[in-house]
Design a protein around this ligand. Structure first.
Ligand code: UD1
Ligand code: MG
Length: 481
């Protein structure tokens, strides 16, 4: 393992990515919770190289800022003008002090499906075969646009020829250059000095290093990727969506093999950072993002979007959007709930239909079943919040907190005007506007008294259907009486 530890990984990320047609630099486009370059760095990270340098150029402020966030240990080197992949690697090496002892691995920033395993195989093949350079190649159904791997009669790799510079016979080759290489650091630095620009694009091709080293009598080899889809570079948004589908399938397959039921992989989308426990179930139309975690036997969906949300063992979440929430074991959420950051629902609690919560701690066994807003609140255990209640947390300037105790029964259509506290075991009457603290065990009634004005309809709406119905009702009760 440590024998194969490269001296450096160079990530090429200076290109513009014109075909994305985007204000966002290509390598910052996202799939399954990471940027393109983030995926590449995650795979490269499995090599545990001593140094990693990313060569940035186009939109370098944005790319550098992003790298600073996701991979602060990665250095950046600026390639002001994109004069080719060879030029880019030269700049990357200079940032690391020039010629390095040991292996230098070069990867492109736009191949998000590349796995750490493939890179490890490449590095191991490179070391074991004693190569000066080993290219990661693949057989592809359509090689158009790629550099072709040229082999001699004995099958030894002799050169890489770019599509634009290739003869018809070479264009018929289906083994292509993935753009990923392992090099001997010293020989790479030397060969890069000899790379010329007399090609159809007038660029310094990294691929020329292979022919240069071969001609100088060094060993040149290829490591053929098992799955050609892994090395696909993303150039436009069609390819981005295809890669997203492949990566998503890969993640779901892994989850299913680990004991997760995914009812419909086609409509289930997950980030690489999502985790599951055994026997969790994901129903169709569900998106799981960020640090979302499903506990053992938890059931989510259909139609949920959960971000950075923990769902406890055996909990049930249905048709819900949740961000930064925690759902306790055996709890129930939805259908049609919106859990915003800071929501914590205790074990066996319930957040029901058309309920929105934010910064709310809702205790064990407590229920908020219908049509309510609970914001900036602490509710104790085994309380029940009546339908259509609002925790009135905002006075137009500041947010205030509401505290409701344990074993409370609050009536339907209550307004809790924060800051306010309802003590343990207290009740509130339906339709109350609670502006004052309610002592434990009390019943709070805070609503207008009802007044019935008898005979009003007969006087004010004579002859109306309502008046006739009322008259019939009073006749009926007179007959009965
Ligand atoms: C390159 C390879 C080709 C291979 C293909 C695989 C060369 C000459 N050709 O072609 O053999 O089949 O990748 O996808 O290497 N970059 C820089 N600075 C530059 C130029 C490129 O950082 O000056 C970066 C790009 O951002 C990209 C990568 O290098 O991440 C590859 O460059 P690109 O222009 O896409 O090369 P291809 O023509 O696709
Ligand atoms: Mg390319």
């Amino acid at each position: 393992m440590s024998a194969n530890r490269p001296a450096a990984v160079v990530v090429l990320a200076a290109g513009e990515g014109t075909r994305m047609k985007s204000a966002t630099p290509k390598v910052l486009h996202e799939l399954c919770g990471r940027s393109l370059v983030g995926h590449v760095l995650a795979a490269a990270g499995e090599l545990h190289a001593e140094n990693t340098v990313a060569v940035v150029g186009h939109a370098r402020e944005k790319v550098t800022a992003h790298l600073g966030e996701i991979a602060p240990d990665v250095r950046t080197a600026v390639q002001a003008e994109q004069n080719g992949t060879g030029h880019a690697v030269r700049i990357g090496l200079e940032a690391l002090g020039g010629a390095l002892d040991g292996t230098v691995v070069v990867v492109c920033g736009d191949t998000p499906l590349l796995t750490g395993e493939t890179l490890r195989t490449l590095a191991a093949t490179h070391t074991e075969d004693g190569n000066a350079v080993t290219v990661l190649s693949a057989e592809v159904p359509d090689a158009t646009g790629y550099g072709r791997i040229v082999r001699d009669d004995s099958g030894a790799v002799t050169a890489i020829v770019e599509h634009k510079d290739a003869t018809d016979a070479q264009r018929a080759i289906r083994e292509i250059n993935s753009g990923v290489f392992a090099f001997d650091g010293q020989l790479l630095a030397e060969a890069l000095k000899k790379v010329r620009t007399d090609n159809s694009q007038g660029e310094e091709y990294l691929t020329d290093v292979l022919g240069i080293l071969r001609e100088a009598g060094h060993r040149v080899g290829a490591s053929v990727a098992g799955d050609h889809r892994e090395i696909a570079g993303i150039n436009n948004r069609v390819q981005l969506s295809e890669a997203r589908r492949i990566l998503n399938d890969r993640l779901l397959t892994e989850a299913m093999l680990a004991g997760v039921t995914v009812i419909d992989p086609a409509t289930t989308w997950v980030d690489v950072t999502v985790t599951f426990e055994q026997d969790s179930v994901v129903h169709p139309g569900t998106q799981l993002h960020g640090s979302t975690h499903l506990g053992e036997g938890a059931e989510v969906g259909p139609n949920c979007r959960l971000t950075d949300t923990r769902v406890g063992a055996g909990a049930r979440v249905d048709n819900t959007v949740a961000v930064g929430a925690e759902v306790g074991p055996g709890a129930s959420v939805g259908p049609y709930a919106y859990l915003r950051p800071g929501t914590r629902l205790g074990a066996k609690g319930k957040i029901g239909t058309y309920v929105e919560t934010k910064n709310a701690s809702i205790g064990e066994g407590t229920k908020v079943p219908h049509l309510s807003y609970v914001g900036d609140a602490t509710i104790g255990d085994y309380s029940n919040i009546g339908a259509a209640s609002v925790f009135v947390n905002y006075d137009g300037r500041e947010k205030h907190h509401t505290t409701i105790g344990s074993h409370c029964r609050t009536g339907s259509d209550n307004m809790f005007v924060a800051p306010v506290t309802v003590g343990d075991g207290a009740y509130t009457a339906a339709g109350s506007v609670i502006t004052k603290d309610v002592p434990p065990g009390s019943l709070a009634v805070a609503r207008g008294q009802q007044r019935n004005i008898e005979g009003w309809v007969a006087r004010k709406r004579p002859g109306s259907a309502a008046a006739k119905a009322a008259e019939a009702a009073s006749r009926g009760s007179a007959e009965e009486g």
